[in-house]
Design a protein around this ligand. Structure first.
Ligand code: NDP
Length: 468
């Protein structure tokens, strides 16, 4: 079955609920809304995947309708300029012209409820707010304030530790059912998820060797050239472990490690993801099982980058890491003894986003072969999604001599932007890509002991030059 066919099968299985009539963005004047959410929405509308929703923005700024229209025009034009020549029949202009902005303090008792009372339901409420503000806003709401069928979209980070994630989950559970809560991991696009599952479960060649008998180790890497990019207020309070590993790489790991679900229905899929994460821990010898570092002065593509601790808004006393690595053990029959190394770093010389599956050597290599016998490696690249298989073959020239070749393929790409995929899931009532509540708590449970050991100074903070 092709990945495309899997995709269609998945959508056929979804419970859709009532169609969303209004998309309400809280934090409409913020960075996320302008730079990522609105462009994602524009692409979705252009592809005819947004139905006939009404867009409503709200924020604490006293913006005029003209300010809001200007923001829409800027964000929408940036997205549509790169989306090719789609005739959307005027859909995007309609979303723009019917959109309104409302000044609301979402933490003030009754203000958000009053705004909701005037909107056509069901409403998707996108909390593009600082996490503490989102939590307070939810606490002001009562179930009867929400039109039936409404959905809540929560940004990352979801809570600041296991306890706060549990608290936030219980606030949300009072308001809507779990499958109407979307905890966003915008790196986990639908095409990427299905690409991994299609590759793993539609090929007899892979599934029988996908275990500790044949696999030596798995590396999941998300290295980027981007530096702090003026986001110290958020990033210096988070760091690489919370920002990327806790919220995203553990999800990728679960997709690589999970057993085959019976169907691609969100419940089957998320049950299997949850089961992997429940079995996952980090060895308490944290000096061996974890690594942290931060960048110092350097150059990336000719641009000079200052020392992280000298960047505006950074407080060196927080000891925030810009590179984190943890080795996760999955305590189950399939994976006992196989290290899953998860690493993410900023300001590196090379962008590298991939999962590398390293196989064990063959039991016996016939005497007589020369050259380098390297392990077989399968690489699944993310954004763009690719597949590479590194294997040994003979030659060239000397047929006794082993040599390395790479077989490559490009996997299915999405026509939507990452936040378009997030909104597609929300508006079509498909929570498959959303992080389920129990899983969000488990991801904190896995990393919390590491964070405590780092705070206690058990693991030294290494340094690396930006661009290295
Ligand atoms: P910003 O600080 O840029 O924006 C926050 C928005 O919330 C502003 O519009 C602000 O309005 C509004 N706001 C704050 N308090 C209130 C209130 N009491 N009532 C109503 N509105 C309020 O943050 P970001 O856009 O960067 O981030 C938003 C969320 O998205 C965060 O959870 C973040 O972690 C997450 N995120 C952000 C990403 C990014 O690249 N920006 C990427 C991934 C996730 P005002 O300015 O008027 O106070």
């Amino acid at each position: 079955m092709t990945t495309h066919a899997l995709d269609e099968k998945a959508s056929g299985h979804q419970f859709r609920g009532q169609a969303i009539r209004t998309l309400l963005i809280l934090g409409a004047s913020g960075d996320l809304t302008g730079r990522l959410l609105l462009p994602g929405l524009a692409r979705l509308v252009r592809h005819g995947k947004a139905g006939s929703i009404t867009l409503v923005g709200a924020g604490s700024d006293s913006w005029s309708q003209e300010d809001w229209q200007n923001r829409l025009a800027t964000s929408f034009s940036a997205a549509t300029a790169t989306s090719g020549n789609h005739d959307d029949g005027g859909a995007l202009s309609r979303v723009c012209s019917t959109s309104s902005y409302h000044q609301v303090d979402v933490t003030a008792e009754g203000e958000l409820a009053e705004l909701l009372a005037g909107l056509e339901g069901p409403v998707a409420i996108y909390f593009a707010l600082p996490p503490a503000v989102s939590e307070k806003a939810c606490a002001t709401l009562k179930p009867e304030d929400l039109p039936e069928g409404s959905r809540l979209v929560m940004e990352k980070p979801f809570g600041t530790d296991e306890e706060s994630a549990r608290r936030l989950n219980s606030v949300l559970a009072r308001l809507v059912p779990e499958d109407h809560i979307h905890r966003v991991d915008h790196f986990l696009g639908k095409a990427t998820v299905l690409n991994i599952l299609g590759l793993r479960f539609a090929n007899r060649l892979l599934e029988p060797v996908w275990n500790s008998l044949h696999i030596d180790s798995v590396d999941i890497i998300f290295d980027e050239k981007l530096t702090l990019e003026n986001r110290a207020r958020y990033y210096d309070n988070a760091g690489a472990l919370k920002d990327m590993i806790q919220s995203h790489l553990l999800q990728v790991m679960a997709l690589i490690a999970m057993n085959a679900p019976s169907t691609l229905h969100e419940r089957d899929l998320r049950d299997h993801i949850g089961s992997v994460l429940r079995a996952s821990t980090v060895d308490p010898d944290y000096r061996r099982s974890t690594r942290r570092a931060r960048y110092t002065e350097g150059t990336i593509e000719g641009r000079s980058v200052p020392n992280y601790v000298d960047e505006a808004g950074v407080d060196p006393a927080r000891g925030t890491e810009t590179l984190a690595e943890i080795v996760v053990s999955i305590q189950n029959e399939r994976w006992a003894g196989v290290p899953f190394r998860l690493r993410s770093g900023k300001a590196l010389g090379e962008t590298r986003k991939e999962a590398v599956i390293t196989f064990k050597p063959v039991n016996h290599l016939p005497d007589g072969f020369t050259g380098v016998d390297s392990p077989t490696r399968l690489r699944i690249g993310f954004g763009p999604d690719t597949l590479q298989l590194d294997i040994d073959v003979n030659g060239p020239g000397d047929v006794f001599c082993l040599d390395r070749i790479t077989l490559q393929a490009e996997l299915n790409a999405s026509e939507l932007l990452p936040y378009g995929e997030v909104l597609d899931g929300v508006l079509s009532g498909d929570p498959t890509l959303s992080v389920r509540g129990d899983t969000a708590e488990d991801c904190w449970r896995i990393v919390e002991p590491v964070l405590a050991a780092w705070r206690a100074g058990e693991v030294p903070m290494d340094e690396y030059a930006a661009g290295s």
